[in-house]
Write a protein that binds this ligand. Structure first.
Ligand code: NAD
Length: 254
């Protein structure tokens, strides 16, 4: 039986990932701001350290996987939470839990987004994230809109994954990311119910080539594949799980 850490386990993609891992007979330590084994607000740097300490106490033999799903969307009323939760908390957890993953030659699956290539973002903001300049990133996020703040956070996270991948692989740990497209979760429900975005959102979803929106289980299926032995030679990759949407928007890029 394996032991996995899933953040954002209370809802949406994190909940689906935790359920699938448990259904395969493994244990999950769920972390979320609510309804989780470890309840913590991951936007706070000190809380991230406390979570890492708690997981070290619970998982003395190491962990088999880390899936940091906790995140906030472009409509988040406090813009600072976008870089804090979507980028800095993920980086802190990967760095802090790497020794535990190394012990079991585990795997990490980050949650990027296909919007990291679709949404325009401010380059300085994205670079501030990538260089882990927290002060600058938190200053700049107040000057960009929600879409740019979100897209930039996922772009930075994905590039960070690729830049650090060799070092992580050197510890015997595979790290990859999925890039979900539009997926029906709490995050997208707010846009759907807002009359200002409803029509545009419907058109966007209708343009997904597979002909339907993503469901949390679609994302969890991809995460479990990347965690497992069948993905044993996959490292530093970004798997688009978006019904073909990225291929429509960027047919000449891969
Ligand atoms: P969701 O809102 O259903 O789940 C997010 C989870 O993160 C929630 O359980 C929430 O409580 C938790 N969370 C938020 N802020 C937190 C904090 N400060 N501390 C601890 N936990 C916190 O949304 P989701 O769609 O399942 O999102 C999961 C991940 O997938 C996110 O990283 C999101 O950016 C990414 N994503 C989602 C979509 C989509 O269309 N739904 C598309 C691309 C990427």
């Amino acid at each position: 039986m394996g032991l996995y850490v899933v953040t954002g386990s209370a809802s949406g993609i994190g909940d689906a990932v935790a359920k699938q891992i448990r259904a395969e007979g493994h244990q999950v330590i769920g972390v979320d701001i609510r309804d989780a084994d470890i309840v913590a607000d991951l936007s706070d740097e000190a809380n991230c350290e406390s979570v890492i300490t708690r997981i070290r106490e619970l998982a003395t033999d190491g962990i088999d996987g880390l899936i940091p799903c906790a995140g906030v969307g472009p409509e988040c009323p406090r813009p600072a939470l976008i870089p804090l939760v979507n980028f800095f908390a993920v980086v802190a957890l990967v760095n802090g839990l790497l020794p535990l993953l190394e012990r079991k030659r585990g795997a990490i699956v980050l949650i990027s987004s296909n919007s990291s290539r679709m949404l325009e973002y401010d380059e300085d903001y994205m670079q501030a994230l990538l260089t882990e300049d927290r002060e600058k990133a938190l200053r700049l996020v107040e000057t960009v809109d929600g879409q740019g703040a979100y897209g930039g956070s996922k772009q930075a996270l994905t590039r960070w994954m690729r830049k650090t991948n060799a070092a992580v692989a050197g510890c015997g740990v595979r790290m990859n990311a999925i890039a979900p497209g539009y997926t029906e979760t709490g995050m997208t429900a707010s846009g759907k119910s807002d009359p200002r975005f409803r029509e545009a959102l419907k058109q966007f979803v209708d343009s997904i080539p597979i002909g339907r929106p993503g469901m949390p289980a679609d994302q969890a299926d991809a995460v479990l594949f990347l965690l497992g032995g069948k993905a044993g030679f996959i490292s530093g990759s970004v798997l688009f799980v978006d019904g073909g949407h990225d291929a429509v928007f960027r047919p000449d890029s891969y």
